[in-house]
Structure formats: structure tokens, C-alpha cells
Design a protein around this ligand. Structure first.
Ligand code: BGC
Length: 770
């Protein structure tokens, strides 16, 4: 018996050894990524290679939408899809044959694992890359942590927080077996009509750059293990500056503005945050669709910036070269143009595979061009450890998602992202003794919409609406809730009247107004992707609700929940207290209540100007001087609230701005130091976001009146004083001259330091570059 066992053991060992011997090099984790890619590529058929450039929507998403969508919706919707004429069996079969590289819109661990299992039946077992828009946490998936959206995060000016949220999001994604996050969106938002402002880091290139780098770094780190996810720097470029403010509309912009305003965050997020993935933008740029734009993909990205990763198309945008831009006669031609311009992966659909294989067989696309793309995609898959870790499991998922530490981060981020815009007569923080009975109303008083765009509904217990937050923070107050429904477009006059009636019996009103962003009501919402507007006023009866409540004479507090800046003129003029909470995530209501009741002292500052009205959209703070040479008549030309504005329950005084030198040589290396003293002159501890701007006084081309070049979050106890030091390096003085060369020109520079971008809030000092 013993002998038989020994023999059997020996045979098993031999078998294992020979199996090991036969194991292809690409499956050996000890081999280098380059060796593994070479080995695998050499084994692949043309079909398998093209399959690596191919992405499909998830099967559950497909099933749901094939049952629900009309042909017209299919042609225009950029968030939902199915493939007419294709069955689930077809998709599963392609997956088993290794003809699919990636899925998107897979929302559960079970589906992700299922697809991966099918895929592992393929000849070469190249793991799937599952992509999702986890823009502010993996919020499309049930039970995952929902942080504030990017515009709120940017308003916290907390770059470390951006990194931390990205890390936690990466952990939650990997626990859900999702590997590729279609974020950071590093577009510089310059038009509030555009529904996607909330997923950007606002209007300032420097702030967007820092936030974008930290976020991309947080997802990827070195992108060399199974804890990291692939980030996606998007959308390249110009979608945030569309001629009419609508998503996907043309962008006509000078190369100077591209290089000075829109490019820097992309360049930095790639070069400093990890250069693995970029998504192109829906729009045409100066007449050429971004998706077939060789200048953008081949020249700028790859040649000028040295980008090594892969480029992905946005949702059916190569196809839009046919039906929208009309720069290609059919999809096959559009695929050809796009690949030759540098595209690597197609989001998404079944037509790609056959057409691209044909294009190669017809000799139009060299196979070597396909190899380049496949190499880039495989490199990412190997680096991320996907070959070794293609699955996750229920235990890991349940341990990681929405874990206590992540929840604390979400709450902390919310607190730091909420901007106190106005606080006349120190109405806030609220005195619970004085205001015993409080009316709470408005479309955003008790709705999951508080989480913002890119979230799906979450379990009730996970979401703190404003009403829930108020009740938990001030348990002795009687909150009288009058429901206005969720839908700003269809508010009921009777409910508005009911709120006004109820106010008579209350001591104070809290009105939660704003936009509606939830994706599951795609056609009904008023802000978010593909939900653009021609004005920035409150929709529906919201302004009536605010004004009538205010006219009751009871003190009124307005809370704005919105991804875009809103021109709340009535409130700004008449209501004593206004809070812009942006889209504050799952703990938004808790954080808002903590701020209203003074448990938290607000510190955030606007990452985007709030204009008085849509006609004032170009009042971004870093405008050119002549923008207001002949200001518009019959109006106040100042913004409603400028970039960088945000109040606290304490006050800060800036004094003693000093520069280390009066003049520096123009040698490209000598920095100058600016020092300023900030004193907390009020009664409460607080955090001040101290901002440093620079103005090039005279230059050979027209320059902005000021540009943010540094900032610091400074915590100060009541009465405390700190001296803050900023180092101004020469790159912060550079711009593109007449010949489009980046230069620092001799002459005077103003350094402006203070608590907002408004001139009145800034200390000034001048130095010279020799
Ligand atoms: C959006 C992208 C997004 C993609 C997948 C597109 O409509 O523009 O930002 O990543 O859909 O959801």
C-alpha cells in the first residue's frame, strides 16, 4: 500500500513538473511584464488581438436595456445600451473565445466573476478588465461608499483627501472585482450650463491639476499589484468648453488656451499620476473629432508628453463620426480613422471586432498597428496582477465595501466640501434653544439625490438625507417636514402653499433646493451627464418656495444641492444664510446638519464661480483684463460668488505679506518665497484655505488678471496666528509667448495672497524678474 502511494505521489509530481514546464512564459509572474507581453502577443491570432481592443456592456445591463429601451433612446443615450440582433449567448460565446477585452456597466461582484469565469474558458485566458465610473466612490454599485463628487472635493482644496478617497475607492472596486475607474475627469469646467461640472474639479487649471494627479495616483500608485485599479484621465479634450454649453457639442478654442488652460491637468495627471489610460472626448475640437484626432493622440499625448498607456474611446463616439460629425461615411471607416489616429480600445459594441479584422485583412491597417494597441492593453493587465488575481469573493467584498474607515472618510470629506456662501447677522450656527420648531422643505430635503450624479440608489440606512442629518444632530429640535417631492420640474403648488402655511407655526425655515441628478431618472433629472441647461436659475417653483418662506419673516436658510453653480440671485439678495453643499455624498445630510448647528466650522471655498445668470458664464476669476473693459449694461458685473469664496464661523486676518527678494534673475531656477501671517480673529477654531495668485503685470501676450499658483489649508485655533510660507518656482511664472514657447518674461509680477480670488480679499506684493 505504501509503495502504491509513493508511486502515485511520484507520478503526480512528475505530471505537475511537466505541466509547469509547459506553462507558457506569459503565465509566469516571475517573468518581466515586457517578456510576458511579447510571449503572449506571439501566440495570439489576429481575432484575439482585435478582441483585446474590444469592450462590451455587461450582460445584466444588456438584458435590462434590451427589454426597456426604444430605438430612439438607443441612438442618443450615452449611459444605457443593448445590441439589437445580438443575444446574451452571443456575448457569452465571444467571451469564451477570448474576443472581449473589457466589460463596462457591470454592477455586481457576481456578474464580474461570472464574466471572468467564462473568459477563463478561452484559449489564452487573458483576464477581462472590468471598467466602471466610480467617480466619487464606487457609487453605482449597491453598498459601496459614496463620497462627495469632484466639485465638492475640489472645494475642500484637500489634495491629501483626494488621494485617500481614490485609494479607498480602489480597494472597494477590487473587492467587487472591478479594475478600471473612468475617473479622474480633469476637464477645466468653464460653463455652468454644462451638466457635468459636478464631476470635474472646477474652473481653475492649477486646482484641477493637483486634484487630478492625486486622484489618479491614488487609484494606480505604481499600478503594479492587485490592490490598485487603472485610472482613466478624461475627456481629452474640450468638452467642458462647448460652444453652447451642451455635452458633446463642438469646441472651438485656440492652441494657446488649450496649452494654458485645458492641457495642463491632463499632462500632469498622466506624467505625475501614472500614464496608463486616457479617454477621448465626445466633441470635435476645432473641426476635428477628438476620436479621430491624430494631433491629440499621436502628437500631443504620445510624442510630446511621452504617454505610454492606452487610449479608450468614449461611449460610441467613434460611431458619432458617422451620425454626428459626418467625417466618416460608415462605422468601419470611422474605426479605421480612429485607429490610425491612435485609438486603442473601443467603448463599446459588437461591430468593432469584425470590421477591424477586415481592415487588417484588407491591408488598410497594418497588423503592427494593432500590435501596438494590444501591447499597451496587455501591459496594463499584467502590471495590475490580473492574470494572478482575476476574481474577488463575497467575503472580501463584504469586509471592504463601506467599511468604517471609508465611512469616516466620506463624512470628513463632506464636512470639508460644503461652502458657506452667506451668513448675515451670524444666523448660523443655529441656536437650538431659540429655534425650537424648524420647517424643513425643498426637493432635496429628504432624498438620496444628496449623493449626486454617478450614484445609483443605495440602501436607505446608508444615506443621510438633510432631514435625517438634522434629526440626528439636533434631537431636541422639532423638525416639521413638508415634502416637495424629488422632481423640480413637477413641483406641486399645493405643497409650496402647505410649506408657507407650516412656516407660520415654525421659528425658522430650512429650504433644500437645487438640481436633481440621480441617473436612474435619466430623462427627468435636471443636472448631470447629458443634462445641460440654458440658464442657471432654480428650476420649477423653487424660487417661489424660497421667496415666500423668506417673506413670512421667519429666518430662512437655503441649502443648495447641485453639481453645477446656480445663480440663486433672490436668495443672495434677500435670504440671510446660504450654504452650497454641492453633491456631498452619502453623509451629506449629516455634514450639512453639523455645519448648521455649529458642530463643524465650515471651511470650503468655491472651486467654481457662481455667476449671477447664464449670460455671465465667462466670469471665471482668471479672465483676461479686457473681458470687462466695457462691462454689460443694466446689471452688476461681479459674479454672485467668486472662485475661492467661502465663509467660516470665525474670521481670519491676513497681514505682513513679504517676499524674500525684490527681484530674481531669470535663470529658470531661482525661486522666491512669499510669507504671510494669518490670524484667527474670531471666537472659534477654524480652517482657512489660504490662496496665492500671481499676476504677470505686462507680458507680450494677453495674460489672465490673476492665476492661482498655490494654496494651503491652515488650521487655526481661536486667536492663533501662523506664518505661512509659499515657494514660487519659475515654472509658476511661465506662459506661452508669441512663438508658443513656454517662457518667463522679465518684468514685474504681483503676488496676491488671501482668502478668496476677489481683489478686496487679497494682500499684494510685487517683485521683478530681471
Ligand atoms: C461618459 C464617460 C463614461 C462612459 C461610461 C460616457 O457617456 O462620457 O465619461 O466614462 O460613458 O460610463
Amino acid at each position: 500500500m505504501k509503495r502504491i502511494l509513493t508511486l502515485a505521489l511520484a507520478a503526480t509530481t512528475l505530471h505537475a513538473m511537466s505541466a509547469k514546464k509547459e506553462q507558457p512564459l506569459y503565465k509566469n509572474p516571475k517573468a518581466s511584464v515586457a517578456q510576458r507581453v511579447d510571449d503572449l502577443l506571439a501566440r495570439m491570432t489576429l481575432e484575439e488581438k482585435v478582441g483585446q481592443m474590444n469592450q462590451l456592456v455587461g450582460i445584466e445591463h444588456f438584458k435590462e436595456n434590451s427589454a426597456a429601451m426604444t430605438a430612439e433612446e438607443l441612438a442618443t443615450n450615452t449611459a444605457s445600451a443593448f445590441y439589437p440582433g445580438v443575444t446574451v449567448q452571443d456575448m457569452e460565446d465571444w467571451t469564451r473565445r477570448g474576443l472581449v477585452s473589457s466589460f463596462l456597466h457591470v454592477l455586481t461582484l457576481e456578474e464580474a466573476n461570472h464574466l471572468q469565469r467564462l473568459n477563463m474558458q478561452s484559449r489564452l485566458q487573458i483576464p477581462l478588465l472590468i471598467g466602471i465610473d466610480a467617480i466619487h466612490g464606487n457609487a453605482k454599485c449597491k453598498g459601496n461608499t459614496v463620497y462627495p463628487t469632484n466639485i465638492g472635493l475640489a472645494s475642500s482644496f484637500d489634495v491629501d483627501m483626494a488621494y485617500k478617497i481614490a485609494r479607498q475607492t480602489a480597494e472597494e472596486m477590487r473587492a467587487m472585482n472591478m479594475h478600471w475607474n473612468f475617473n479622474p475627469n480633469v476637464e477645466v469646467a468653464r460653463d455652468g450650463r454644462w451638466g457635468r461640472c459636478g464631476e470635474t474639479f472646477g474652473e481653475d487649471p492649477y486646482l484641477v491639476t493637483l486634484m487630478g494627479v492625486a486622484t489618479n495616483k491614488g487609484y494606480q500608485r505604481n499600478l503594479d499589484n492587485a490592490q490598485d485599479v487603472l485610472g482613466c484621465v478624461k475627456h481629452f479634450v474640450g468638452g467642458s468648453y462647448a460652444i453652447n454649453g451642451t455635452n458633446g457639442a463642438p469646441c472651438d478654442v485656440s492652441e494657446r488656451t488649450l496649452r494654458e488652460v485645458f492641457f495642463p491637468p491632463f499632462k500632469a495627471a498622466i506624467q505625475q499620476g501614472g500614464d496608463w489610460n486616457v479617454m477621448m472626448s465626445h466633441n470635435e475640437l476645432n473641426g476635428i473629432p477628438c476620436h479621430t484626432n491624430s494631433w491629440l493622440m499621436n502628437d500631443v499625448l504620445r510624442k510630446q508628453w511621452g504617454f505610454k498607456g492606452f487610449v479608450v474611446s468614449d461611449w460610441m463616439d467613434i460611431e458619432h463620426c458617422v451620425d454626428q460629425h459626418r467625417t466618416a461615411a460608415n462605422n468601419k471607416e470611422a474605426f479605421y480613422q480612429s485607429i490610425m489616429a491612435g485609438m486603442d480600445m473601443h467603448m463599446h459594441g459588437p461591430e468593432w471586432q469584425k470590421a477591424v479584422v477586415e481592415l487588417v485583412r484588407e491591408g488598410r491597417i497594418p497588423e503592427s498597428r494593432i500590435d501596438e494597441s494590444v501591447r499597451r492593453i496587455l501591459t496594463v493587465k499584467f502590471r495590475m496582477g490580473l492574470f494572478e488575481h482575476p476574481y474577488s469573493d463575497v467575503k472580501t467584498r463584504d469586509r471592504v465595501i463601506n467599511d468604517p474607515e471609508h465611512k469616516c472618510t466620506a463624512l470628513e470629506a463632506s464636512r470639508n466640501s460644503i461652502v458657506l456662501l452667506k451668513n448675515a447677522n451670524s444666523l448660523l450656527p443655529l441656536d437650538a434653544q431659540k429655534y425650537k420648531k424648524v420647517l424643513v422643505t425643498g426637493i432635496n430635503a429628504n432624498d438620496q439625490n444628496i449623493m449626486g450624479d454617478w450614484s445609483e440608489p443605495q440602501p436607505e440606512e446608508q444615506v443621510w438625507t438633510v432631514l435625517r442629518g438634522l434629526r440626528s444632530v439636533s434631537p431636541t429640535t422639532e423638525f416639521c417636514f413638508v415634502d416637495q417631492g424629488w422632481d423640480p420640474r413637477n413641483m406641486s403648488q399645493a405643497q409650496v402653499d402647505a410649506a408657507v402655511q407650516a412656516a407660520k407655526d415654525c421659528d425658522l425655515n430650512i429650504v433644500c433646493c437645487g438640481e436633481y441628478m440621480m441617473r436612474f431618472r435619466w430623462n427627468e433629472r435636471t443636472s448631470g451627464e447629458d443634462t445641460d441647461r440654458d440658464n442657471l436659475d432654480l428650476v420649477g417653483l423653487q424660487e417661489q418656495l424660497i421667496s415666500r418662506l423668506n417673506e413670512t419673516g421667519k429666518p430662512t436658510v437655503v441649502i443648495i444641492i447641485s453639481g453645477r453653480p446656480l445663480s440663486v440671485r433672490y436668495a443672495a439678495e434677500h435670504v440671510p444664510a446660504i450654504v452650497n453643499a454641492w453633491e456631498p455624498g452619502q453623509y451629506g445630510g449629516q455634514a450639512i446638519a453639523e455645519i448648521l448647528y455649529g458642530k463643524v466650522n465650515p471651511s470650503a471655498k468655491l472651486a467654481m464661480t457662481m455667476p449671477r445668470h447664464a449670460g455671465q458664464i465667462s466670469t471665471w476669476y482668471n479672465h483676461k483684463r479686457s473681458a470687462f473693459f466695457h462691462p454689460a449694461v443694466c446689471t452688476d458685473n461681479t459674479p454672485l460668488y467668486p472662485f475661492g469664496h467661502g465663509l467660516s464661523y470665525t474670521t481670519f486676518r491676513y497681514t505682513d505679506l513679504q517676499l524674500s527678494q525684490a527681484s530674481i534673475p531669470n535663470d529658470g531656477k531661482t525661486p522666491i518665497t512669499a510669507r504671510v501671517t494669518i490670524e484667527n480673529t474670531g471666537q472659534r477654531d477654524g480652517v482657512e484655505i489660504c490662496q496665492l495668485y500671481i499676476n504677470d503685470v505686462v507680458a507680450s501676450v494677453a495674460r489672465p488678471v490673476k492665476e492661482l499658483k498655490d494654496f494651503r489649508r491652515v488650521a487655526l485655533k481661536a486667536g492663533e496666528k501662523k506664518t505661512i510660507e509659499f515657494t514660487i518656482t519659475p515654472d509658476k511664472l511661465a506662459f506661452y509667448d508669441l512663438n508658443m514657447k513656454s517662457v518667463v518674461e522679465p518684468g514685474a509680477f504681483e503676488v496676491l495672497v488671501g482668502g478668496s480670488s476677489r481683489d478686496e480679499d487679497l494682500q499684494k506684493a510685487t517683485f521683478n524678474v530681471q
